[in-house]
Write a protein that binds this ligand. Sequence first.
Ligand SMILES: [Zn+2]
Ligand SMILES: [Zn+2]
Length: 411
Amino acid sequence: MAFPGDGERVTPSGLPARVAAEFPEPLVGRLQSLRREIHANPELSFREEKTAERLARALRDLGIEGARRVANTGVVARVPGREASAPVVALRGDIDALPIQEATGLPFSSTAAGVMHACGHDVHASWAVGAAALLAAQPAAGDVLILLQPAEETGKGALAILESGALDGVAAIFGGHVDRRFEVGQVVADEGPLAASADTFEIELLGAGAHAARPHESHDPIVAAAAIVSALQSIVSRRLNPATPGVVTIGTIQAGSAANIIPDRAVLSGTVRAVEPVSRAQMLDEVRAIATGVASGYGVTARVSVDMGPPPIVNPARTTAWARHAAASVVGSENIVPLGFLNLAGEDFAHYMQRLPGCFLRIGARESGGPVVPAHAPTFYAAEESLFVGAAVLAECARVASAALASGTAA
Ligand SMILES: [Zn+2]
Ligand SMILES: [Zn+2]
């Protein structure tokens, strides 16, 4: 299988004219090497030691001073703007990988067994560095904070960054995700829902064990678990307004030790996805109510615990207008495309948007004629050219937002 950029240096010739013009050849090579190095050396959430070091070095090599570690394995740096007093805008790239064995066949495939950049964060990290280079060459009105965030995949990294205070005083934040549903050069900058909330729950069922041949002496948690799994399906089909997207999935069931023993305990875990705060709360309430209600009908006790993940991302009108304007000036307005069907994946960028205005984009990452591969698949990769589009679009988002904020049009 052939991949774009295989073996040789990618040239920006296949890129939109404005994007190609922004990247001198030495920068193209640097960013390509950086992306490939990060892809080949993936690290899991909050273990991105070498990745953080490599990114900090890349920023220093570009002449961007003061890169520093935050939130354990995060890195921030400021690219100075034209006016010291103008509002600060942040650009975020996440940097962590997933526990997946890579199967892309890329020449720069993962060298770490069972760990892979299957969500494209190798590209996100590199485009944040690329945006820094572009902003150093053509500054925004105010300073731009380059934020390289760890641990997106566990939903904890953005919170750690916020707790570190690294975003204190920042006026707006922009970020994006590679997406192979869209071709390189296409950008989604839709107002409204763009990612779902992603909460996880665990249901522990406590019954009474017995010999498998004497079920009347048990309170069988496996039969209760089966009933609960079926009953939970009625949340989306019977409780949720059908005009509102939502998902309840059970991902694990653990119980028992032998075919002839009824165990005393079963544990289920799953996830709830929603795009509206009301339906999110409703679905979590229903999980609790159904689990405890059904369990009690089987003489079993249910303990339900919920781990609240990122809220939904809902892009607001004003910041999305800035992002659309910025993206259109880079890739052309004909390449600003609608999201189409909402993907109910979660994205912890949502935590930032609860604290400050911003916009989250989808950046096309499928080479022309290439397959649509979902993120988190062992064959997922982002076309190399998406790195340059993402960098140019994010840099321009920072310039447009910074100018609007500095002129007070967005007070
Ligand atoms: Zn992911
Ligand atoms: Zn991701």
